[in-house]
Design a protein around this ligand. Structure first.
Ligand code: PAF
Length: 283
């Protein structure tokens, strides 16, 4: 595996790979877990070469968020990627990504509104901006993202469509189903922040979501079900619920009735850690 830390080295490595086939990009912020490695394995099935990026993007963290605490473990992550057969790791410094005088921002309205967009102002601008830059830097034939960050995926697809991105084309932006622990909790780099007690309690999140989905598909009133879902999370040890909403899977527009394309989205805090999850509202 080749590791590039400057744009010049990246371009050269990409040109070499491109000469012998297609490239799939897996963008990450590191602290790699099974969810990321699943993205890499899916990428290897779809393209001749897999490129991964590791960049803890300061522009997508709010002033009071966990940018400084976010786990950074490049050597460990690098070994994991190498073991998966990744051909190229792009690990730029903050200065390489945002050189002195950097002034451009990409803001995607509509799909960024509400949910994490409301709780984390500027977050999706930061994501869209860095992902657009990563796409232009690596020019991959395709890119893969976890469905755990469903709204992020919707934002990236909208951006690729709106900006007429060619590499990757919007149709080559693939979502990969969320990887879960045995008790159903979605894998996340932020799970590492949880105490053993909070980690055990956190399993109430996917369980309560499944119950809510069963109630909604069974015909129960959506607002009432969401109220019960919030109460179940608070009873189960969560300190507060940032949101529990049903929205259209593509437009991310709020829904008060199941429309055949609905998803349930939840963000809630336990022991100071904010966890998010989403699931399709299907029987
Ligand atoms: O999902 C993530 O890890 C990040 O938001 C991404 C897509 C790598 C952009 O920094």
């Amino acid at each position: 595996m080749q590791t590039a830390t400057t744009l010049k080295d990246l371009r050269q490595a990409v040109d070499e790979l491109r000469a012998s086939g297609t490239i799939a990009l897996v963008p990450t912020m590191g602290a790699l877990h099974e969810g990321h490695l699943t993205l890499v394995r899916e990428a290897a099935k779809k393209a001749d070469h897999v490129a991964a990026s590791i960049f803890v993007n300061p522009r997508q963290f709010g002033p009071n968020e966990d940018l400084d605490a976010y786990p950074r473990q490049l050597a460990e992550d690098s070994a994991k990627l190498e073991a998966e057969g990744v051909a190229l790791l792009w690990a730029p410094t903050v200065e390489a990504m945002y050189p002195e005088g950097y002034a451009t921002n990409i803001s995607v309205s509509g799909v960024s509104a509400g949910l994490c967009g409301a709780d984390r102002p500027g977050h999706f601008d930061g994501v869209a901006t860095v992902v657009c830059k990563l796409f232009n830097q690596v020019r991959p034939d395709m890119a893969l993202f976890g469905e755990k960050d469903w709204q992020q995926l919707a934002v990236i697809r909208r951006m690729a469509r709106d900006l007429d991105l060619v590499l990757p084309h919007v149709d080559a932006i693939h979502g990969v189903p969320t990887v879960r622990d045995e008790d159903g909790l979605a894998k996340s780099s932020r799970n590492a922040y949880l105490s053993a007690e909070d980690r055990a309690a956190a399993a109430v999140l996917p369980r309560a979501m499944d119950m809510a989905i069963a109630a909604i598909t069974g015909g129960a009133e959506v607002a009432k079900v969401l109220g019960l879902l919030k109460a179940a999370l608070l009873d189960g040890g969560f300190a507060n619920v940032d949101y529990a909403e049903m929205r259209d899977a593509d437009s991310i527009a709020p829904l008060d009735h199941e429309n055949g394309n609905a998803r349930l989205f939840v963000a809630a805090r336990i022991g100071g850690t904010r966890l998010i999850d989403n699931k399709p509202v299907t029987a």
